[in-house]
Design a protein around this ligand. Structure first.
Ligand SMILES: Cc1cc2nc3c(=O)[nH]c(=O)nc-3n(C[C@H](O)[C@H](O)[C@H](O)COP(=O)(O)OP(=O)(O)OC[C@H]3O[C@@H](n4cnc5c(N)ncnc54)[C@H](O)[C@@H]3O)c2cc1C
Ligand code: FES
Ligand code: FES
Length: 467
């Protein structure tokens, strides 16, 4: 086991012996390195002022992704490269375009926008509305910023890309890493050995939840075990039976996987947090946190997904809906991890609807997912699941039964709406009242009916931006 964390910062190698497990990159950049171009706005992943480009090697290529430094812990940088706004260089075309298009006023948000656009340009992305959904500006307005983004989109790559790529290649290792207050194992076997000794360790996937425990709740979780380096958890396996997705797969990657299989799920994931959040957050974390408003679970339940856990006794598998026992309570024992989720192969019938107070970068008030199979005019099978309607992501079994065997018509849907009240007793909170939630859930069922005959590449997805 090694104890020295290694990564590249603006092209230079950094080494930290026994790095503190929950020191955020933002605090370290600003306080230890004096790199104050990266700003602290919200310190909870919402505003994008702290955006940096996180690089990794993929098939020998340097991939750079925008991430929020405020909820990224130092151990997540091992073997990676970090570029901050200071590292882009004076000739950087994004910054030149921001100046030329008057895209900055007070300037507080500007480094974050620049870094998001730098990462987008590196990836060849031009869907700037999506790319910038996680960057907030309170004074300039987005028109000039998007104009600058469009102007810089075709600029040649930054001159240091090849040097970063080569330097990063020399930094790769697959040793387990010891931290101050935790570990970052590189294999499932090492993870299991660590968990055997510390079954109550705090597991950290992408840290988009755990980061807030530290920055907002001022908790000091310990010991921490990071999962992002465990190679088996990043695996994706397609077979004739279906798709197995490792718990460490990020939501950005999952979105790409779903685009060709279940496009509505991909569209739902496009509205999951922001680019920065999706680049860090993992599917394992989104399931394991058991949140009643987690967005992935309703879609996965509607797809009949199965969850695989790995604990001291080996693997255990269950229908995903059975994992959620009650508020904050999941069917998981100490020392056990969410290892993967399996989506059975099936024709795509999935409809996903996310209702939130704001279209982008908001948590669901209600998330409804429907997989309804109509044959000869009658509902042959139905799997319906909702988030935001109960204390857990929950399947609407009574509603399904009210549909199965009957024609999929307005009259049957009207009757099935009543069954929703048997399935759910939602609460009122700051996102929505109980009455609103029930009414919206019923309306989404109607919408699923109205869209039943539409092709899945239907118009509501058009114009919403590229992958
Ligand atoms: C700005 C912002 C916007 C967000 N928007 C959305 C949204 O639109 N929709 C939504 O659903 N969520 C949203 N979230 C919540 C969060 O991003 C997701 O829940 C995310 O998927 C958590 O994944 P993670 O890998 O970051 O989890 P982490 O923070 O690493 O962990 C979350 C919890 O799961 C546990 N855990 C992690 N991985 C495993 C594992 N493999 N096995 C067992 N336990 C594990 C951790 O111990 C912890 O309790 C948002 C968060 C932020 C900060
Ligand atoms: S400071 Fe707002 S997202 Fe990090
Ligand atoms: S320029 Fe002031 S917040 Fe964007």
């Amino acid at each position: 086991m090694r104890s020295v964390l290694r990564f590249l910062l603006n092209g230079r190698q950094v080494m930290i012996d026994r790095a503190p497990a929950t020191r955020t990159l933002l605090d370290w950049l600003r306080e230890d390195r004096g790199l104050t171009g990266t700003k602290e706005g919200c310190n909870e992943g919402d505003c994008g002022a702290c955006t940096v480009a996180l690089g990794r090697l993929e098939e020998g290529r340097l991939v750079q992704e925008a991430v929020n430094a405020c909820i990224l812990f130092l151990p997540q940088l091992h073997g990676r490269s970090v570029r901050t706004v200071e590292g882009l260089g004076p000739e950087d075309s994004v910054q030149q375009a921001m100046v030329a298009h008057h895209a900055s006023q007070c300037g507080f948000c500007t480094p974050g926008f620049v870094m998001s656009l730098h990462a987008a340009r590196h990836q060849g992305r031009v869907d700037h509305d999506n790319v910038l959904a996680g960057n907030l500006c309170r004074c300039t307005g987005y028109g000039p910023i998007v104009a600058a983004a469009d102007a810089a989109a075709d600029a040649p790559p930054a001159p240091w890309i090849e040097a970063d790529r080569a330097a990063l290649a020399a930094l790769q290792d697959d040793e387990d890493l010891e931290l101050e207050g935790g570990y970052a194992p590189a294999s499932l076997a090492a993870l299991q050995a660590l968990l055997a000794g510390t079954p109550d360790a705090v597991l950290i996937g992408g840290a988009t939840d755990v980061g807030l425990w530290v920055t907002k709740a001022l908790r000091e979780p310990a010991p921490c075990i990071f999962l992002h380096r465990v190679r088996e958890l990043g695996a994706i396996e397609q077979t004739a039976e279906g798709l197995r997705i490792g718990a460490g797969v990020t939501l950005a990657r999952l979105r790409g996987l779903m685009a060709g299989r279940h496009p509505d799920f991909a569209e739902l994931l496009r509205r999951f947090g922001s680019v920065q959040v999706r680049n860090s957050a993992t599917i394992g974390g989104n399931i394991a946190n058991g949140s009643p408003i987690g967005d992935a679970a309703p879609a996965l339940i509607a797809l009949g997904a199965r969850l695989r856990l790995l604990g001291p006794e080996g693997f255990r598998e269950m229908a995903l809906e059975d994992f959620f026992l009650g508020y904050g309570k999941q069917d998981r024992v100490p020392g056990e991890i969410v290892e993967s989720v399996f989506i059975p192969a099936q024709p795509d019938r999935l409809r996903c609807y996310k209702i939130s107070r704001r279209f982008d970068q908001d948590i669901s008030a209600v998330c409804g997912c429907f997989s309804i199979h109509v044959e000869d005019g009658r509902v042959a099978a139905a799997r319906i699941a909702f988030g935001g309607m109960a204390e857990v992501p929950k399947r609407a079994r009574e509603t399904e039964q009210a549909l199965i065997g009957r024609p999929f018509t307005e009259a049957v849907v009207a009757a099935a709406r009543a069954a929703l009240e048997a399935d759910f007793k939602p609460i009122s909170d700051l996102r929505a009242s109980a009455g609103y939630r029930l009414r919206v859930a019923g309306n989404l069922l109607r919408r699923a009916l109205a869209e039943e005959s539409l092709p899945l590449s239907r118009t509501r997805l058009a114009g919403r931006g590229a992958a």
